[in-house]
Design a protein around this ligand. Structure first.
Ligand SMILES: Cc1cc2nc3c(=O)[nH]c(=O)nc-3n(C[C@H](O)[C@H](O)[C@H](O)COP(=O)(O)O)c2cc1C
Length: 333
């Protein structure tokens, strides 16, 4: 007879995550880029030091005013946005925004976007030696800008070119944010990893549209936008599942990686609770990000951390790493 192991509620659980190149997060939960700005507002509600990492809003070489309003509309269980990368530009972000987060001591990951591979390289080079910057996330998947963005996110060769350019100019961990608006996200994931990405994050928003039937035109001034929030969660979990499978055959040098993906995946899309986050982890994510839910309840991101810890304790899991991709190993019902 197998004896059931009793684990006391106080059992320590190792929630740490290794994102590569020495970037080890104390826990797997971070903010999703563009949904918490640079942390000043969120810091009024929660202790940012309890986050695994803070991911800064999309940053470009030059300041951008973004798209004209309206650029945000609520949808059933979601939000459609077309902000268009409004930001003060890299120089002001480095001078005025990063010091606040760096002083807190939370690992800062800066999300960058460019119109050309060279622009991504320039941005990464400027961030390379900035104190407090722990990693760079390449947004190659913004559906809300005319140039760059999705162009790179839907073409494996262009995406690889962006990553290779950035890889040459920085030793910081490079995370590549993938778009779900592609036929096979596994192809994109493999391409960026073979080009030198340390980790991938997914998903960015799904391209969508809302029409105002009285005015007989799209609600958003730009027409299209990106859908986020609980509405996209099952779609996003599936994309993480697919990326994990694709990366299980690929290691960073392009060879066979074996049954488990060695490349960390940061999963996101509609996470509102620890239970939601665990779906992503079981599908293959080593870490998760919370975005739209923060608009409703700023404390959600910390509740996800404590909820994951509590789940591990309840199930006798000593290290979160045991759960990463576990649903692949369980087989189907
Ligand atoms: C208002 C808004 C702005 C966003 N801005 C960015 C951005 O600047 N860079 C980026 O990579 N993703 C951006 N995203 C996408 C989120 O980081 C995230 O990938 C997506 O919203 C899915 O997660 P969620 O459903 O938890 O919000 C933005 C999302 C929203 C809602």
């Amino acid at each position: 007879m197998r004896r059931r192991r009793s684990i006391s509620l106080a059992s320590p659980v190792d929630l740490s995550v290794d994102l590569g190149r020495g970037l080890i997060l104390a826990n797997p939960v971070m903010t999703a880029s563009g949904t918490c700005g640079y942390g000043e507002e969120l810091a009024r509600f929660i202790d940012l030091r309890q986050l695994g990492a803070f991911v800064v809003k999309g940053t470009t070489l030059h300041p951008r005013v973004g798209n004209p309003p309206p650029r945000l509309v609520e949808t059933p269980a979601g939000v459609l946005n077309s902000i268009g990368l409004q930001n003060p530009g890299i120089d002001r972000v480095i001078a005025e925004k990063i010091p606040f987060l760096a002083r807190l001591g939370v690992p800062v990951i800066v999300n960058i976007a460019g119109d050309t591979p060279a622009e991504y390289g320039e941005l990464a080079a400027r961030l390379d030696k900035v104190s407090g910057v722990a990693g760079i996330e390449l947004n190659i998947s913004c559906p809300n800008v005319e140039k760059g963005g999705m162009l790179f996110g839907a073409d494996p060769q262009l995406a690889a070119e962006v990553v290779a350019t950035v890889r040459q100019v920085t030793r910081l961990p490079v995370i590549v944010k993938l778009s779900p608006n592609v036929t096979d996200i596994g192809i994109m994931a493999r391409a960026v990893v073979q080009a030198g990405a340390d980790a991938v994050s997914l998903v960015n928003t799904y391209t969508g549209m809302v029409i105002d039937v009285e005015r007989r035109r799209p609600v958003l001034a730009r027409g299209v936008g990106g859908l986020s929030g609980p509405a996209i969660r099952p779609l996003a979990v599936y994309q993480v599942w697919q990326a994990y499978r694709a990366l299980s055959d690929t290691d960073r040098e392009g060879g066979g990686g074996g049954e488990r993906s060695k490349v960390p995946i940061i999963g996101m899309g509609g996470i509102t609770s620890a239970r939601d986050a665990l779906e992503f982890i079981l599908a293959g994510a080593s870490a998760v990000a919370v975005g739209t839910a923060t608009f409703v309840r700023p404390v959600t991101v910390l509740e996800v951390v404590s909820g994951i810890r509590e789940y591990c304790q309840r199930h006798g899991i000593r290290s979160l790493r045991q759960l990463v991709g576990a649903a692949h190993r369980e087989g189907l019902a």
